[in-house]
Design a protein around this ligand. Structure first.
Ligand code: PRT
Ligand code: ZN
Length: 299
């Protein structure tokens, strides 16, 4: 649809995904200028514009090729996919990357003290949700007949108001369920944010930028927990020390001038390096340990 050669990316305007989405873009080196309350952010250093919209609209904007890319929760995406399928339309957005934010789960919860022996306990019950399609699929797969009460929000108070016997809602810490005396009994969907793209072929310049963005996203996701570790080690303890380095592939081993029995080891560890790990390394003979944060990585 767009003829100006700039990528259009849909991001949630104001909600749980907004800050982590903008943070991801910033880490990918995207500089956005956005006036207060403006619905479009202009990429100053790459041909990318960000459209700020409600998260529920993101799959449609990508499906209808108004936006080339979107950052949205898998829960919203899958609900949309099923809603389209129910109308005989095939969802054509394509998932490019699973992202490490927006984690939550769509779960069934029942009032505390309700007896629960599995999905069959829902037979003949009323279940309140804002995800009727995902809930219907869950029930159908388990051959349970129940009434789905579709609400637009405040699902967790439906049992107390006598509108439902159970709920199917998003949970992250579980404190909302606790506060409403509800007990989580089963997970319907594990969710996280995803980057989606339009099914339509993009012009070469745009698809090059998508590729570059993907490489940067991969780099950003890899460095989150990564650390660069440097230490001195007796040659005799080399094997054990390599084994103790968390998530490192092939470390660089450097001879130490004047110390034929010792080497310096430099390694990128793709997992967090805890004090316990450093203590084990020291016990194994390592000295001069130094752990540095990794800012960028491109492989
Ligand atoms: O206005 P707009 O439609 O854009 O926003 P929204 O209100 O629909 O969405 P928003 O901002 O609440 O959530 C956006 C996305 O964040 C969701 O679609 C999920 O992919 C993801 N996400 C992650 C969550 C949660 N965690 C979450 N905990 N979305 C909602 N919740 C709610 C949940 O519905 C419940 O009310 O938080 C409450 C439970 O949280 P805990 O921590 O008490 O368990
Ligand atoms: Zn929404």
């Amino acid at each position: 649809m767009d003829k100006d050669g700039r990528l259009k990316l849909a991001v949630q305007k104001s909600g749980r995904l907004t800050d982590p989405s903008l943070d991801l873009l910033a880490r990918c080196g995207v500089k956005l200028s956005r006036g207060k309350d403006q619905l479009v952010g202009f990429g100053e250093n790459m041909p990318l514009d960000v459209l700020f919209v409600r998260d529920d609209d993101i799959p449609d904007l990508v499906q209808e090729d108004v936006c080339d890319l979107g950052l949205v929760g898998l829960n919203v995406l899958e609900e949309k996919r099923l809603a389209l399928a129910a109308r005989g339309v095939r969802a054509s957005f394509e998932s490019l990357r699973l992202l490490d934010f927006g984690r939550c789960r769509l779960s069934i919860a029942v009032p505390e003290g309700t007896s629960w022996t599995g999905a069959a306990s829902l037979a003949g019950k009323r279940i309140a949700t804002t995800y009727p399609q995902l809930l219907a699929r869950y029930l159908a797969e388990r051959q349970v007949a129940a009434e789905i009460v579709t609400l637009s929000g405040a699902v967790e108070i439906a049992p107390r108001l006598g509108r439902a016997d159970a709920i199917c809602d998003l949970v992250s810490t579980g404190s909302t369920l606790d506060a409403n005396h509800l007990e989580e009994v089963e997970t319907v969907l594990e969710s996280h944010a995803v980057l989606i793209r339009t099914p339509v072929a993009l012009a070469a310049v745009k698809s090059d930028w998508v590729e570059r963005l993907l490489l940067r996203i991969d780099g950003v996701q890899q460095v989150k927990e990564s650390k660069y570790i440097m230490l001195h080690a007796p040659r005799a303890a080399l094997e054990e020390i390599r084994r103790l380095l968390p998530g490192s592939e092939s470390p660089t081993i450097i001879p130490l001038e004047g110390h034929p029995d010792k080497v310096a080891i430099h390694a990128v560890c793709r997992e967090n390096v805890f004090w316990e790990t450093l203590e084990s390394l020291k016990r194994a003979g390592a000295s001069a340990l130094l752990v540095l944060p990794v800012e960028k990585m491109l492989s």
